[in-house]
Design a protein around this ligand. Structure first.
Ligand SMILES: C[S@@+](CC[C@H](N)C(=O)[O-])C[C@H]1O[C@@H](n2cnc3c(N)ncnc32)[C@H](O)[C@@H]1O
Length: 356
């Protein structure tokens, strides 16, 4: 019984192949690719001056003559590692063939947790799809993004399709971010902005990060620059918990001070050299707090999600109305990303002038 099982396994790995001399190999490779005859799940093998190609179907005599080769049977090794992951995912997914093309070729990977948006065609097969992603990409959990991010805390709306542990450690720009991907957002569209923040020279400065989250800006700034102090303010206790952990994980406890509070309750006036306002939708409601906190000549990074037809006026007008008499100097106004059709996520870098 055991012997029969082993035999079955071995036979299961044998596939049809084409054997050609090395000097004919490049031509044979091109013909197999052109005709779509190769078995792309298996690796090509070199042996004793010959090249062995795995093929998906038996080859005609004409073709064999053309490439001066012969048909063989061979135990070709799997080629999973060289395969485009989406091909692997579609290959292993236990789905009717007509649905395989609906399996998305885009996903978000945070450490060992995957977040994917699935079209409704796959509703009845979501577990099978999740299993395929997990198998090919080697993740422990797969979440289905069902509603983007929502509410004051920017909470992701997701459903767990596979796995039970959704806490992960994601590395970006050499910084470790630990968080629960089922409860906390991580916007890969903001990566450039986080990297940019980590490159702002701010030696000995006091920074206030008004919407610190899990440390998206505060931690990279402290890792790469030498600020005197970063006050990282976060209102959501769940995000705050990971903010505290990420400060430890990245050894920036001497610089970043986590504060669990509504940023409008932060005390002080003209204390900060720079204020980060990494928030969208209602950020303008917090401009007066930012301007209270920043010193004369200090800089605020004001984010806004703005309909394209209102650019560049609306963010500038909002800054003007919050800055008051002293005014401000606009250092730059950049797009962070496209937020939704016709809406842009922009960041205004403004030097605040308080006069006096
Ligand atoms: C999710 S982050 C924004 C993402 C970030 N800028 C990035 O790099 O992708 C925004 C954070 O602000 C927090 N927040 C919202 N209102 C707040 C307030 N009034 N005071 C402090 N934190 C607040 C939310 O809980 C959330 O964690």
């Amino acid at each position: 019984m055991e012997e029969a099982f082993i035999l079955l396994l071995i036979v299961g790995c044998i596939v049809l192949g084409l054997k050609v001399r090395k000097e004919d190999a490049e031509r044979a490779r091109r013909i197999l690719a052109r005709e779509g005859l190769g078995d792309t799940t298996k690796a090509i093998v070199e042996r004793e001056g010959c090249v062995l190609f795995p093929v998906a179907i038996s080859l005609s005599e004409d073709l064999l003559q053309n490439v001066r080769g012969e048909t063989i049977e061979w135990d070709f090794p799997d080629k999973i590692s060289r395969e485009d992951p989406i091909e692997g995912i579609r290959r292993v997914a236990k789905l009717p063939d007509n649905l395989k093309l609906h399996v998305p070729e885009k996903w978000e990977r945070f450490g060992d947790v995957l977040v994917v948006r699935l079209p409704h065609e796959l509703d009845a097969h979501e577990s099978a799809v999740a299993e395929a992603y997990a198998e090919i990409l080697g993740v422990k959990s797969v979440l289905r993004d069902t509603g983007g991010v929502t509410g004051e805390f920017r909470t992701p709306v997701v459903r767990t399709l596979l796995g039970s542990d959704t806490v992960t450690v994601h590395r970006e720009n050499g910084v470790l971010f630990k968080f629960d991907a089922a409860k906390i957002m991580f916007c890969s569209g903001n990566t450039d902005e986080r990297v940019r923040a980590s490159k702002i020279t701010c030696d000995d400065e006091l920074i206030v990060d008004m919407f610190a989250g899990i440390g998206y800006f505060s931690v990279p700034i402290a890792v790469y620059q030498k600020p005197r102090r970063v006050i990282a303010c976060e209102l959501n206790p769940e995000a705050y918990r990971y903010l505290v952990e990420n400060i430890e994980l990245n050894s920036v406890g001497g610089t970043v001070e986590p504060v669990l509070r509504d940023n409008r309750d932060l005390e002080g006036e003209s204390i900060a050299d720079r204020v980060f306002m990494g928030y969208v939708k209602t950020t303008h409601e917090y401009l007066r707090t930012a301007i209270r906190l920043v010193r004369d000549g200090g800089v605020i990074y004001y984010h806004e999600t703005c309909p394209c037809e209102l650019l560049p006026d609306r963010p500038i007008e909002r800054l003007e109305s919050a800055a008051g008499e002293g005014g401000f100097e606009l250092l730059s106004l950049r797009q962070v990303k496209s937020y939704s059709p016709g809406v842009s996520h922009v960041v205004a870098e403004a030097k605040i002038l308080k006069g006096g």
